[in-house]
Ligand binder design. Structure first.
Ligand code: ADP
Length: 345
């Protein structure tokens, strides 16, 4: 593996926000049949893969959007394996200059999949070079400087670009328009998460009671990666504190010890809402202020924490800032002040 590949892979792993990348990979489905939920996206992708196979062409360039842990990387892997080609992975910020992009592109075999995670974080020069690569399957290399500069056109084999981004809003319009299919992944309902947990338990050789699967699914923030993580931690508790079998009460105890509450909110979710409620009377409060108060980058708040709190109706976004809703006050057992903006929600 070249130094650059190693770096791209390393970057990809870091961006997975995973506490156990090896296990994460072993639980990752590589065929549509094992990928739970997201039915409409899955059935469209099956058609695109089949059509591409019949024509012996690459699958059209595809963009996956959605919060971390919902299966964007997994779908890229599935596309490559169902099409019978190799997946090459890189991460937007790791491709620092055009040469690195050219190195990635020139090692592709016909119809291969190039997966770029966090594609919204590519720098402008690399992004512009990617346009000609995905449209005309060529890359321009400039040789020399100033008036003696020569542009060489390097032909590329036809390939599929699969991009992943946590927020489509951050992607430039020209980049977005290069994708033939844009799929938005949603949080998973509890029954889909339960199936994922049961499948993972099977792969881990863990005996899982129905009630435990249900409890873990309900408190996984709608996110398969979190479901798998909670399952692995609960397995530790079952192994050490009980007879190795994961039953309902061991699962509940594990969740309590991991500080995951009844609604599936973790410590950080509750801290976020508590700061808005205790320090700013429920809001509105600007995102930059919150980022400073919580010592977290604004991007992390916007990508990781807010989407779920918004979806659960615990948080509202207004023109003047973030507001904790009535549900948030109730959930945290706080008294709602009268006459504040949050009283409206
Ligand atoms: P993302 O790229 O969106 O951050 P990943 O594709 O890395 O998310 O998914 C995180 C983990 O969750 C994977 O290791 C995989 O095991 C699991 N996973 C995600 N989506 C599904 C799904 N629909 N069915 C089964 N497992 C899933």
């Amino acid at each position: 593996m070249s130094e650059q590949e190693a770096r791209a892979n390393q970057d990809l792993t870091a961006s997975e926000h995973s506490d156990d990348p090896v296990l994460d990979r072993s639980l990752r489905p590589d065929h549509f049949a094992d990928f739970v939920g997201q039915e409409q996206i899955k059935s469209n992708l099956r058609v695109f893969v089949e059509a591409a196979r019949q024509r012996n062409e690459p699958i059209d360039h595809t963009l996956f959007c959605g919060p971390p842990g919902l299966g964007k990387t997994t779908l890229a892997l599935i596309l490559a394996s169902e099409r019978g080609v190799t997946l090459h992975s890189a991460s937007g910020p790791a491709i620092e200059h055009k040469g690195q992009l050219a190195a990635l592109l020139t090692k592709l075999e016909p119809n291969d999949v190039l997966f770029i995670d966090e594609i919204h974080r590519l720098n402008a020069t690399v992004e512009e070079n990617l346009y000609t690569a995905v449209e005309d399957f060529r890359i321009d290399i400039v040789n020399g400087d100033g008036p003696y500069a020569q542009t060489l056109q390097l032909p590329l084999v036809p390939f599929t670009l699969v991009g992943a981004t946590t927020r489509t809003g951050l992607l430039t319009n020209p980049m977005r328009s290069r994708f033939g299919y844009v799929a938005r992944l949603d949080y998973y309902p509890d029954d889909a998460l339960r199936l994922i947990i049961e499948r993972s338990a099977g792969l881990l050789g863990l005996s899982l009671a129905k009630e435990a699967g249900h409890e873990l699914a309900r408190r996984s923030r709608g996110t398969p990666r979190i479901a798998n993580r909670l399952l692995r931690r609960a397995r530790d508790f079952a192994q050490v504190l009980s007879d190795g079998k994961l039953d309902g009460s061991t699962a509940r105890e594990a969740l309590e010890r991991l500080d995951v509450d009844e609604a599936g909110l973790d410590q950080m979710d509750r801290r976020y809402l508590t700061v808005i409620i205790d320090h700013y009377d429920g809001g509105p409060v600007g995102i930059e202020t919150l980022a400073a108060a919580l010592s977290e980058p604004r991007d992390t708040l916007e990508d990781v924490y807010e989407p779920y709190l918004l979806q659960r109706g615990l948080l509202a976004r207004t023109a003047r800032g973030r507001v904790a809703t009535r549900h948030a006050f109730e959930h945290l057992g706080k008294k709602q002040p009268t006459g504040t903006q949050s009283g409206l929600f």
